[in-house]
Design a protein around this ligand. Structure first.
Ligand code: SAM
Length: 288
């Protein structure tokens, strides 16, 4: 398709049937998308079709075939591949999502890491930052209540660079902050405009965000005291899930903890970890 032809197309010109994937196009799409660090064969055709449709609309392309031709000529890892990766992953998240795990984190902070050493926490598959900033509030509150001042840092990582930008900015609509206790909201967010608030510098100075594919490699900066990885492993095939768990285990300091969401390991225990499952929490500790 020529540039002038694409420029004339508006999103309104699209109909769902125009973007349907027949078997041949689906096979072609899967072949192109196999360059992404995703298990493309596990993705439903309708999910792939919707993602490709959204990218076509964004770029003003009329047909999925045009998009596949376009993306095949973009260098891997570059802008459009990042957008597509974002469209092909699920980013649902909210603040204070799993209270039992957060209470467990509070307990770990007070009982296992009560000394003065610097702490490193890792929010793995952090989506748009809701989880990372939740963890930041839990740590900051634990230290405030204990009356201790110590160094701590929090890394948020995700596959999607689009997510990481949002997470790092820490800007949310007020409606997204409703699950946060009002005192915490006042303490750790500042008003940005009538609709939005931003995470306060007091938390932001402790946090950094980086792109990590947890199935393909570890986290370069290991030495993690608590890795928090929830609602990510469920999207992975068994092999990828095992790689991810091994990478998570390897990132921990001896005695460090891993908190998954309930049921995410399918009872497979990564080497070097012991399971401490209690009270609806999926907790592991790296052996010394
Ligand atoms: C459903 S969200 C969960 C967000 C948050 N952890 C929570 O529980 O609310 C899953 C996140 O995992 C990310 N993700 C998926 N596969 C990944 C991988 N292989 N490595 C790192 N992040 C991944 C997705 O981009 C998405 O943002």
């Amino acid at each position: 398709m020529t540039q002038s032809a694409t420029a004339q197309l508006s999103p309104a010109a699209f109909t769902p049937s125009a973007m349907a994937l027949d078997d041949a196009l689906l096979a072609r799409a899967r072949a192109s998308l196999s360059r992404l660090p995703l298990d493309i064969d596990r993705l439903r055709p309708s999910f792939i079709a919707s993602a490709l449709t959204r990218r076509c609309i964004s770029l003003g392309l009329a047909q999925t075939a045009d998009y596949l031709q376009f993306i095949d000529n973009v260098a891997p890892g570059q802008g459009e591949w990042q957008q597509l990766l974002h469209e092909l992953t699920v980013h649902d998240s909210w603040f204070f999502r799993h209270p039992p795990s957060l209470r467990c984190l509070q307990y770990l902070l007070s009982e296992h890491f009560s000394g003065s050493q610097a702490l490193h926490l890792w929010s793995v598959g952090c989506a748009n930052g809701e989880e990372t900033w939740t963890l930041a509030m839990v740590v900051a509150e634990s230290l405030r209540i204990a009356g201790t001042d110590r160094h701590w840092r929090l890394t948020g990582s995700d596959l999607s660079k689009v997510c990481l930008q949002q997470a790092s900015a820490g800007i949310y609509r007020r409606s997204q902050l409703q699950s946060i206790d009002s005192d915490l909201r006042r303490r750790y967010f500042r008003n940005l405009d009538p609709q939005r608030m931003q995470v306060a510098d007091e938390l932001r100075r402790h946090a950094g965000f980086t792109q990590v594919d947890i199935t393909r490699g570890g986290f370069a900066d290991a030495g993690v005291h608590v890795a928090y990885c929830q609602n990510l492993l469920i999207y992975l095939a068994d092999d990828a899930r095992r790689c991810a768990l091994e990478n998570l285990a390897a990132s921990l300091v001896p005695g460090g903890f891993l908190l998954l969401a309930p049921g995410e390991t399918r009872d497979w225990l990564p080497p070097g970890l012991r399971r401490l499952r209690e009270g609806g929490v999926e907790l592991f500790q790296r052996k010394w």
